[in-house]
Design a protein around this ligand. Structure first.
Ligand SMILES: C[S@@+](CC[C@H](N)C(=O)[O-])C[C@H]1O[C@@H](n2cnc3c(N)ncnc32)[C@H](O)[C@@H]1O
Length: 429
């Protein structure tokens, strides 16, 4: 006999939807009824109203209930193509880039670890050294995280055909397999809830795997989760969702990427980030025109803005040598607007070499670097632009957006204040 009363079940549903955003219809009424019955038996409670009161007031009780209702099903290389995408579109190009920060990847939710370990194996097999990537793995279930940390898996975690990775990265352990230590240590495990507003208070990631979570959430929780994901994926970075979730991805922030079946998206430029690309002068601006704002270059506004060996006194305007075609900002802008990032970046690099004193050229290079997620390079370009022309509002706003993405709200506010001051100054002038 199942003693869970409608009152206890209603209270549990309310608690679960507030706590983890669970839509009860996604897991079926029987599962919640059974979980409530189990919890009542465990707590020695026979009365539904007493359990309703307990689940309403006790965080520990809600946590215990969450452990019973979450769906932790996962397996290695689930859906396969997302990992092919990771290897081809992310790891391959990343490997050939030097001097960039390690690749940052988030697996949320990571369940018992099959997904983040599959990510680590993919990167490792693609030739990315372990010190060139960082994987953070987050789940709301303490029990699943415990299983993930242990790293021992039964055959049910290995489905599909190709298990050659087992030989390379696992060793036999009883009737299962244990992941080898170097891979186990490449992942940082963390308990976290996608609905916690603080979840996105961290630098954004190059890639976020958020698979098979959105389908279990109420419409309101889906919106909140998408908001968090939008902040967790770096501009130009990738989001990978589950096979039933592409329609839940916010198209105003993400566009489809990769082959069908990878369920991958790329984060679009948006809001403040677009502000960095919008000021790119329209076609026709002459290369020898004055810096943005028409002001002569000044000394740096603050020591942090200085760029060694670069500046008005150290870098005279260099005429483009005869026989070399001067770069065209308008053509580079057109390439960027068509998202032909490779040629746009290359030509913008040439532009700043031809026009090292032109703040606008550095803003253009910074905007393109920012669009493809090379945030450090973007920041260096915007700083250089701000050094050459401390009144360059576009550079200041872009620096504000980048500081905000890093979570540095004070710096962001300072840049914004300076931008507002110069904008106001321009208006007065
Ligand atoms: C079906 S598993 C998905 C695992 C893996 N991403 C995959 O696709 O194989 C769903 C996981 O979501 C976790 N989860 C449920 N609600 C959550 C929330 N609000 N925040 C974080 N994790 C949550 C559960 O604990 C469970 O481990």
């Amino acid at each position: 006999m199942n003693p869970a009363s409608p009152q206890a079940i209603d209270a549990a549903i309310r608690a679960l939807s507030a706590e983890i955003g669970l839509d009860p219809s996604a897991i079926g009424p029987g599962s919640i009824r059974q979980a409530v019955a189990d919890r009542m038996a465990e707590a020695g409670i026979g009365d539904g109203s007493e359990y309703a009161e307990l689940v309403g007031r006790s965080p520990d009780e809600r946590e215990a209930l969450v452990e019973l209702v979450v769906v932790p099903e996962s397996w290695f290389f689930r859906d396969r193509l997302p990992f092919v995408f990771l290897s081809e579109a992310v790891a391959g190009p990343f490997r050939s880039r030097t001097g960039v920060e390690p690749l940052r990847i988030l697996s949320l939710p990571c369940a018992g670890g099959e997904e983040p370990y599959s990510i680590a194996i993919t990167l490792c097999d693609a030739g990315v050294p372990a010190d060139r990537f960082q994987i953070d793995a987050v789940d709301v279930s303490a029990r699943q995280l415990e299983r993930a940390r242990r790293g021992v898996y039964r055959p049910v975690s290995f489905r599909g055909g190709d298990h050659s990775f087992l030989r390379r990265h696992f060793e036999p352990d009883g009737d299962g397999f244990a992941i080898v230590p170097p891979l186990r240590e490449s992942i940082r495990w963390e308990r976290g809830n996608i609905l916690d507003p603080a979840i996105a208070d961290r630098p954004p990631y190059d890639v976020v795997f958020c698979r098979n979570l959105l389908i279990y959430l109420t419409p309101e929780a889906k919106r909140a989760a998408m908001g968090a994901i939008g902040r967790l994926v770096a501009p130009g970075g990738w989001l990978v969702v589950g096979h039933a979730e592409p329609l839940l991805v916010d198209p105003s922030r993400f566009e489809p990427a990769g082959r069908p079946g990878a369920f991958a998206f790329r984060r679009r430029l948006e809001g403040a980030l677009v502000s960095a690309i919008r000021p790119i002068p329209a076609a026709g601006r002459r290369l020898d025109s004055k810096p943005i704002g028409g002001n002569p270059p000044r000394s740096p506004a603050s020591p942090g803005d200085s760029a060694p060996g670069l500046g008005p006194s150290s870098s005279p305007v260099r005429p483009v040598p005869e026989g070399i075609e001067p770069e065209s900002e308008s053509e580079i802008t057109t390439l960027a607007n068509r998202r032909e990032w490779g040629p746009a970046l290359e030509r913008a690099g040439r532009l700043v070499r031809q026009r090292p004193n032109d703040a606008a050229a550095h803003v253009l290079l910074g905007s393109i670097a920012q669009a493809i997620g090379r945030l450090d390079e973007a920041e260096a370009s915007f700083r250089r632009a701000g050094f050459l022309d401390p009144r360059c509002v576009e550079a200041l706003l872009a620096l504000a957006a980048l500081a905000e993405l890093r979570g540095d709200r004070t710096a962001a506010e300072n840049y914004r204040r300076r931008a507002a001051r110069f904008r106001a100054g321009e208006e007065i002038a």
